[in-house]
Design a protein. Structure first.
Length: 280
């Protein structure tokens, strides 16, 4: 199971062999034995290698066992062991309300944090595959084997630099910024201002990091949606203008493995505590 997880993490049999310190043929033999025992194919032999639906179940179980093993080792040895906590979080959350989690995890002493930054509509896929043990997501329905808690709502406002709209606000032609390919909130806003069948002629820029996204807004590369907590000071300084009076509220949830783990429960506690800032 650990070998299967290593293959999925590294993307190939050869890379997993390097990580595990064994030969590629030994990796292949282990997978064949596991597939024979499971009675089904567990891996797509593609580039990179990915888990089948059955393989995802095994990988998730392997990651859970790894966490328990690391915690047990730390307790038996009575020392500070850096137990990795893999978490998926969207960029806007990481840049705002999630930041206190970093300090709280540092105070835990015996944990390390490995963040996967992804759009909140996609983080659940990482949890489902077993790549992470907890995820900030907009999905309220729990993944199989997981629990879910509501964090709160993140409010976004539509903004643009003054120079971008000096000749008027035209959602059909103004260039737009996206934080990820899955970011569709800008389209929801634009549709409110477009006539049915109206042709859209605009450029789109993909800016995946929070700070660079803000800079792109300020210099007028395009308009976009920004968390209100980040937008407010820039609006007050007239560096950005609100171009749609109706905000977009995105409900966020914390999903985590349903596993009896002290560290995972501590992590959940600090994430939920940080999440109280969302509705304030």
């Amino acid at each position: 199971m650990a070998t299967l997880a290593a293959i999925v993490d590294e993307g190939s049999f050869e890379a997993a062999a390097d990580v595990l310190g064994i030969s590629p043929s030994a990796v292949s033999q282990r997978v064949k034995a596991l597939e024979h025992e499971a009675g089904r194919v567990l891996l797509h032999r593609t580039i990179p290698v990915t888990a089948t639906q059955a393989g995802e179940v095994v990988v998730q179980a392997a990651k859970r066992m790894s966490l328990l093993q690391a915690e047990t080792d730390a307790k038996l040895r009575s020392r500070l062991s850096r137990v990795p906590l893999d978490v998926a979080v969207n960029a806007d959350s990481l840049a705002t309300w999630f930041q206190p989690v970093l300090g709280d995890v540092a105070k835990m002493g015996n944990a390390s944090l490995r963040l996967r930054v992804e759009d909140e509509s996609l983080t659940l896929a990482l949890l489902r595959r077993g790549d992470v043990m907890g995820a900030v997501t907009r999905e309220s329905t729990p993944v199989s084997g997981c629990t879910v808690s509501r964090l709160g709502s993140m409010r976004y406002v539509s903004v643009a630099a003054p120079q971008l709209v000096e000749n008027g606000i035209d959602f059909a032609r103004m260039p737009v910024l996206r934080g990820s390919p899955a970011d569709g909130y800008q389209d929801q806003v634009a549709r409110r201002h477009l006539a049915r069948g109206q042709r859209v002629e605009r450029g789109e820029s993909l800016i995946p990091t929070s700070q660079a996204f803000i800079e792109a807004l300020v210099v007028g590369l395009g308009w976009g949606l920004l968390p209100l907590v980040q937008a407010r000071p820039l609006i007050d300084e007239n560096r950005l203008l609100v171009i749609d009076e109706e905000p977009v509220d995105v409900s966020l949830y914390w999903q985590r493995w349903r596993l009896e783990s002290d560290l995972l429960q501590e992590l959940t506690d600090v994430v939920l505590r940080a999440g109280t800032a969302l509705d304030s």
